[in-house]
Design a protein around this ligand. Structure first.
Ligand code: FES
Length: 507
């Protein structure tokens, strides 16, 4: 049979020789950071550098999460964010968001100059439309109003791209890099300066009150003066204060080898469907990375076709080869399109969070890590208020989005419980789905050796029904984006507990 390739991020293709140990005993520290993605590692690295004693806990391994599955554009051109922020909050907030992210670029450039190995390259960043776009006109106006170093680039784009562009914008001197190499650089330097990392150490809960205690899935405890939650989706949101503030989106990326040189720059369209592309060079090969085909997480089973569409776009538009790598990533979109970075709950001054980076986790993540390091060391930071999770300015648009997010979750909950199921006999090799088995609704994946992997389809977060994702071979939850592998293990939160699992070879 045709075997669909397993997904694999280009950034994670080289195995690491030196994994960090799992936490095997309870420990006490000044600051504990949960999550070794870009926000968590920048925060931990900065705190350690400033003389704090920091322990970093990672549920799986460094680079396993969203940072290892991005296109790794480090740009402040976040779609049409500036016109949106001016409309919603005014120019001052739009300017703050711009400089908050722009400073991440300076930070990366400084680290590159200091010898960090991360394939850092300066590139211009382009936003375009193949149709006349009032959205881009408004964004151009926003650039002028807040002083973005960019402007109209319609003529330039028509020389760069092999198809006609009706309107386009550029922001000069942005960057692209290798995100996983960057994480390892930060990790190495963090450890060299006395920091401690534990991988394969999943935090399950955080106690309240002073000197919070983190309990891990293996029953170990980490007590700290301050705890930073940088686990992408905050797993410790037991009161559900955050679940209704996000939508979770999944998007897809393919990396195709190129004979010809790809267009010089980083590109994103505002058309539907949107396309994002950049180049990458390694071992004498040139790749074109193409991203797009996003949808609300957990609501699509046939995800293979999403990769096929991107691959076809790369081949037809740029004469690229077949995709050598395919991967996907999950983004948290906040109601007001600003991240949440700061004190997590009103009554818990020792628990901090960094989350909700939209699709722009590279600059927002670095900025968030730096901001938290300032807040935890009592350093003044002018960005602390505008993205505080405790911000109270609620706009009418937020309320509408809030209601919609909750209605969608309830709809998915009900739909999952009433959805029709198939039979286990109908599942072919390498297929998964929800079936009735011995009087119960279960999730089954029939692997290439004809063994059936059976999981409970009830998400361990808040009980929605998971859906099979046929490209990743995972069970994805449509409510808040938790993901589980075919054996029921948690790949991505907010769920922290696995789905119950059994293997059968008699079906
Ligand atoms: Fe919330 Fe599944 S992620 S119910």
């Amino acid at each position: 049979m045709h075997r669909y390739p397993f997904t694999n991020s280009l950034w994670r293709q080289h195995d690491r020789t030196k994994p960090y140990e799992q936490l095997k005993q309870s420990v006490s520290t000044e600051i504990a950071v949960i999550g070794a993605g870009i926000a968590g590692l920048v925060c931990a690295f900065e705190l350690q550098r400033r003389g704090k004693q920091v322990v970093l806990l990672e549920a799986l391994e460094i680079g396993h999460g969203t940072t290892g599955h991005t296109t790794a554009k480090c740009s402040v051109q976040h779609g049409t964010i500036y016109s949106h922020l001016i409309r919603t909050f005014g120019e001052e907030v739009a300017k703050l968001y711009y400089t908050f992210n722009q400073e991440s670029l300076t930070y990366l450039q400084d680290q590159h100059d200091a010898g960090f190995d991360m394939d850092f390259e300066i590139k211009d960043s382009y936003l375009y439309s193949t149709q006349k776009s009032t959205e881009l006109e408004d964004e151009l106006d926003a650039y002028r109003r807040i002083g973005v170093d960019g402007g109209d680039a319609t003529t330039e784009l028509n020389t760069l791209l092999p198809f006609p562009v009706k309107q386009g914008l550029v922001i000069r001197n942005q960057a692209q890099f290798h995100p996983v190499n960057y994480l390892h650089e930060l990790a190495d330097r963090f450890v060299q300066s006395g920091g401690v990392i534990y991988e394969q150490t999943r935090a399950l809960e955080i106690s309240k009150g002073p000197r919070p205690i983190i309990t891990t899935s293996t029953g170990r405890r980490v007590q700290a003066n301050q705890v930073v939650v940088a686990s992408h989706y905050p797993f410790n949101d037991l009161k559900g204060l955050y679940v209704s503030k996000f939508t979770v989106e999944r998007s897809y990326i393919v990396a195709c080898e190129m004979e010809e040189a790809p267009p010089e720059g980083m590109f994103l369209s505002v058309d539907e469907p949107s396309r994002s592309f950049r180049d990458y060079h390694e071992d004498g090969k040139t790749y074109l990375l193409v991203g797009g085909e996003g949808h609300l997480s957990g609501q699509v089973t046939d995800t293979r076709s999403r990769y096929d569409v991107l691959e076809a776009f790369a081949q037809q538009t740029f004469h690229a080869s077949r995709a050598s790598f395919r991967w996907s990533s999950q983004d948290l979109i906040t109601l007001d399109r600003l991240p949440y970075v700061g004190q997590m709950f009103q009554r818990e001054p020792d628990i901090w969070v960094a989350t909700g980076f939209l699709k722009w986790g590279m600059t927002n993540g670095i900025a968030a890590g730096r901001l938290l390091a300032d807040l935890l060391t009592g350093t003044e930071n002018r960005y602390a208020r505008f993205i505080s999770p405790l911000r109270s300015a609620v706009k009418p648009h937020d309320v509408r989005s809030f209601v919609k997010t909750n209605v969608d979750t309830v709809t998915q909950f009900v739909k999952g419980k009433t959805e029709e199921t198939g039979t286990v006999d109908a599942l072919q090799l390498d297929e998964g789905g929800l079936v009735q088995l011995e009087g119960k609704k279960v999730g089954v994946y029939r692997d290439l050796e004809n063994q059936c992997h059976i999981v409970s389809p009830t998400c361990t977060h808040l009980g929605c029904t998971v859906k099979w994702n046929n490209a990743e071979r995972t069970w994805d939850c449509p409510c808040h984006g938790s993901r589980f592998d075919s054996l029921g293990n948690v790949l991505e939160g907010p769920a922290t507990k696995p789905l119950s699992y059994e293997a059968r070879d008699d079906l």
